[in-house]
Design a protein around this ligand. Structure first.
Ligand code: ADP
Length: 208
């Protein structure tokens, strides 16, 4: 039915909020399916290893863009589209906007080219609603350091790269004001959850 995505820099609270929205939908009796990118299919999980493995430090930016798109195609065709056709609401931790920002803007490949690539590959699927969580970069790095697990290839990029990503999300929000709801990720988990629920009510008319 509706396709809702969660975007923002690492540690901005995407997966925390996705889980809470999934639970709220379950409690309200709304059929829901949650996924995360890259991955979620057999082929996609293999591509995820290629993309995030720190040993792949010679990966060209276009290779990266094409691999993200390839994993996305599998997820759309095998999981997301069938679930939407069954009348479910699909929640995704990252989707096309991550490619527009990380590869199109931060890696300078061009937003229009990355948009065309992804729309062509997925049959034109765009989210109905997107929440972008904005978080201070210092806080993001602190949360990452406190997590206790090693950084992946993208997390390990220098601060200037993550700065471009955060700025990119702000630009994207200006490009798609009807679809993207920006949220301050510095608030409490519960406050942010209430804003996400309000966004679903106001933008999609969902009764939660
Ligand atoms: P992401 O999926 O964007 O990488 P997570 O949802 O995994 O982010 O959150 C990253 C870390 O920050 C986790 O340890 C999580 O518990 C914590 N966290 C998430 N949201 C908040 C919040 N609003 N306030 C404080 N800590 C948070």
């Amino acid at each position: 039915m509706y396709f809702i995505t969660f975007e923002g820099i690492d540690q901005s609270g995407k997966s925390t909020q996705l889980k809470l929205l999934d639970q709220a939908m379950e409690a309200a009796g709304v059929p829901v399916l949650s996924v995360r990118e890259p991955g979620g299919t057999e082929i996609g999980e293999k591509i995820r290893e290629l993309l995030l493995g720190v040993e792949h430090d010679r990966m060209d930016a276009w290779t990266e863009a094409l691999l993200y798109a390839a994993a996305r195609v599998q997820l759309v065709k095998e999981v997301i589209k069938p679930a939407l056709m069954e009348g479910k609401i699909v929640l995704s931790d990252r989707f096309i906007d991550s490619s527009l920002v990380y590869q199109g803007m931060a890696r300078d490949l061009g937003v229009d080219r990355i948009l065309d690539l992804n729309l062509g590959a997925t049959g034109g699927l765009m989210p109905d609603l997107t929440f972008v969580f904005h978080l201070d970069l210092t806080l993001s790095r602190e949360r990452l350091a406190g997590r206790g697990t090693a950084e992946d290839r993208i997390e390990g990029e220098p601060l200037a790269f993550h700065q471009k990503v955060e700025e990119g999300y702000r630009r994207l929000q200006e490009m798609y004001p009807g679809r993207i709801v920006g949220i301050d990720g510095g608030g409490s988990v519960d406050e942010i959850h209430q804003q996400v629920v309000a966004g679903c009510r106001e933008r999609l008319g969902l009764e939660l």
